[in-house]
Ligand binder design. Structure first.
Ligand SMILES: Nc1nc2c(c(=O)[nH]1)N[C@H]1C(S)=C(S)[C@@H](COP(=O)(O)O)O[C@H]1N2
Ligand SMILES: [Mo]
Length: 391
């Protein structure tokens, strides 16, 4: 934590006993607001200490954009379906809205969320823990759209291509390229993949992909292509810039020939909303530790809390119902010691296959070494330091 964050930390608010619906009620001390990580292109971070509601209000939802927002008029918007389709087509927004619709909440986390906690410092946007949010998305499933255009059995992947484009400096791209990512047809056919025209009941804002975006539940954010204009079905894996050079990680084989694999599934993770980093907490009080946990395509089985530097762990209470592909809020009543001094809070999420969060970035995982995730998939335990002060 830096000095500015220290100074920003505010005293804990008095916490009253909570009703069952507390997950949906904002907490005292909430303020709207996004932090500018980059103004051009627009990269805005949510304040995770405000993330005490299941749905993130759209104006507090983080924005991650590689290029300037493309201006698209709804009247001449067309989604092109090309490649491995028996009936390749173009569809207007009205056509897309005329298909069967679903509305689903889905959590999106940027693969670089938490990058600021990496040591040594990694290149890239220095996100703290606010590049994550949950919104309710409306539109047809991608499957509905693919089946309407009669996707061929030979199709293995669908490349989702955005209208935004530009030159990438590092590593240098071959001229201006459009943001694009693929998912396998197997994933594309799942219920959790939506072509959304609406977010939280309103048409998408320009920043979040107006007029149409993909939302790929369970995958990191880069899969959820905004300003979607083309769906290219291919019979071979896509090797584009953000599939190989960027948003990729090292997969170890025999320790000698690691190979780059596209980042896909969100790893189990939990974050503390309250207390904030460096918060001052009253000695002898009961403090409600709050936060949210998610596990991508898996479910959150439990969230464990340690208030003594990772020595002992106890179960947090999971709030509300488990919603697939969404975060789950948790709380934990901490009986704060009477002795003033520093304390450290840790939380860890364990998914339904028993896979949890590593203690350190370098820890070995079933999938390889966490450090091989380069500057992405940052899901090791991040301790939150606080100061206990005489009451
Ligand atoms: N066309 C396009 N889609 C995109 C991006 C982009 O730059 N261009 N950024 C991706 C990344 S890295 C993330 S994390 C999410 C963020 O979605 P949001 O800005 O709505 O929060 O959008 C994804 N979709
Ligand atoms: Mo991202």
């Amino acid at each position: 934590m830096n000095r500015r964050e220290m100074l920003k930390a505010i005293p804990a608010v008095a916490v009253a006993p909570m009703a069952a619906s507390a997950a949906d009620a904002p907490v005292a001390g909430d303020t709207p607001g996004l932090t500018v990580r980059m103004s051009m292109p627009e990269n805005l971070e949510s304040d995770f200490s405000q993330a005490t509601t299941f749905i993130t209000p759209t104006e507090q939802f983080f924005v991650r954009s590689h290029f300037a927002v493309p201006a698209i008029a709804e009247s001449n918007f067309q989604l092109e379906l090309t490649g491995q389709f028996d009936s390749p087509t173009r569809r207007s927004l009205a056509d897309i809205k005329a298909l069967p619709q679903v509305t689903k909440p889905i959590t999106i986390e940027c693969a670089g969320n938490g990058r600021v906690y990496l040591k040594p410092t990694a290149k890239g946007l220095q996100w703290q823990n606010g590049a994550v949010g949950t919104a309710e998305w409306t539109g047809p499933t991608l499957r509905t759209v693919l089946e309407a255009a009669k996707i061929k059995a030979a199709a293995k992947e669908v490349v989702l291509i955005g209208a935004d484009k530009g030159v990438v400096a590092d590593p240098p791209s071959p001229g201006a390229i459009a943001f694009s990512r693929s998912i396998t047809v197997e994933k594309a056919m799942k219920d959790e993949v939506i072509l959304a025209h609406s977010m939280n009941g309103q048409p998408l804002s320009p920043s979040h992909g107006f007029p149409l975006r993909a939302v790929v539940g369970g995958h990191y954010g880069m899969a959820s292509v905004k300003w979607l204009t083309t769906i290219l079905a291919t019979d071979h894996p896509f090797d584009g810039f953000w599939q190989t050079l960027d948003y990729s990680y090292w997969e170890q084989h025999d320790g000698r020939i690691p190979s780059l694999k596209p980042i896909t599934k969100m790893q189990p993770k939990s974050q503390i909303a309250r207390p904030r980093f460096g918060e001052v907490i009253t000695a002898g009080s009961v403090y409600i530790i709050r936060g949210a946990a998610w596990a991508g395509e898996a479910a959150v089985k439990s969230v464990r809390v340690s208030v003594n530097g990772g020595l002992n762990w106890q179960d947090a209470e999971l709030i509300g119902e488990a919603v697939p592909f969404c975060w789950r809020h948790f709380r934990f009543s901490w009986t704060v010691p009477n002795t003033p001094g520093p304390a450290t809070i840790r939380v860890k999420c364990i998914d339904d296959s028993g896979f949890g969060q590593p203690t350190e970035r370098s820890a070995p995982l079933p999938t390889g070494r966490d450090a091989d995730y380069r500057s992405y998939m940052i899901h090791h335990i991040i301790p939150v330091p606080v100061t206990i002060r005489g009451g």
